[in-house]
Design a protein around this ligand. Sequence first.
Ligand code: HDL
Ligand code: ZN
Length: 418
Amino acid sequence: MAISHEPTSTLRSTVLRMTEQMQVTDMHTHLFAPQFGELLLWGVDELLIYHYLISESFRWSDEEYETFWSWSKKEQADFIWQRLFIEHSPVSEAANGFLTVLHRLGLNVGSRNLDEYRKAFASRTVNEQVDAVMEAAGVSKIVMTNDPFDPVEQKVWLEGKGGADPRFYAALRVDSLLNDWPYAVRELTQLGYEVSEEWTERTREETRRFLSEWVDRMKALYLAVSMPGDFAYPVEDHRNRMIDEVMIPVCAEKDIPFALMIGVRRRVNPLLRSAGDMSMRSDVSAVEALCRRYPKQKFLVTMLARENQHELAVLARKFRNLMIFGCWWFLHIESIVEEMTRFRMELLGTSMIPQHSDCRVLEQLIYKWGHSRRIIGNVLADKYERLQASGWQVTDEEIARDLDDLFNRNFWRFLGRE
Ligand code: HDL
Ligand code: ZN
């Protein structure tokens, strides 16, 4: 079905208007509150050197990867601007998104003058930009992705400044505990935890202490990990032991959800660095086994392969402790957001979290939510129109309630913080 962009009924125009106006909790981003300094990326050049655009621009160039990485951010941004905007039309989601941001911030996109855009941003402070962008995007709460092993971030938390901005919430992200245990052991040891690569009782205790102390320090809303698609459960391996003997017990103790982001194959092209990751199919039965084994544990789950989405949505019908969320990464494109939102709503009604932005650069909030709102609003309007045809008239209050569920309350209620 084509994505209808023009309201065809007063009901649709009401739904689209309310969808545009509904404030959003963005429950997974890579943004940081201003007190994290350089970790909060913003501005024209950061927007252009977004790793999505880096990988797309190399498709139009034989430039040596290492040459690109040796350039300044401005030189990298100029390279990407030439390849993806001037020499070829910016029709990809990420390229189009950059122009949506400029347009929504009131810049003259038609000038195609990159230095003019840069000048417009240069007149703002980071706090002014955070306020302006959250306002323009209609995002009132942002959940960060927090890594205690990042030296810059670790310092901010240990100085007690991590929670200074009430609009920003923490999620404790510890991929290396599952995916790179030797590295994690070095980092944990440096932080003063008595762990070894060998899976001893002391190591289990100390790793639990680490998670418990950092959940408290960050007031983390949930514990999160990303894993490759070959994640299997239950099997006899390090990941399973870490999940069963450390992560689930800590999540239970703190009464927080465990977020699983499954299906990434890191660095398939290492020369592209952070732009070099790939998606891969995952085993939904691993999530099924976890949800069944731990009926009291809440699981936030998103998967990266399009092939897994329908099965994951069906699984969510079977387990109320499973909340599926977002159209993650390579799925965050107009056609797939439409497809996923439609069958998720047809299978789950409004009992799911349709989107997160995954933003790495502040101003991306504007396009990632702008594009998604329109799609989600049109799908919802289609469903209401079908109800209307059967004589069921949704009220404005019910539309607002449903949108608030989708954009906020399903998340906060799942956390038990409703
Ligand atoms: O692992 C993740 O959370 C992913 O979102 C990666 O950060 C990925 O690089 C990304 O930015 N996706 O949007
Ligand atoms: Zn992410």
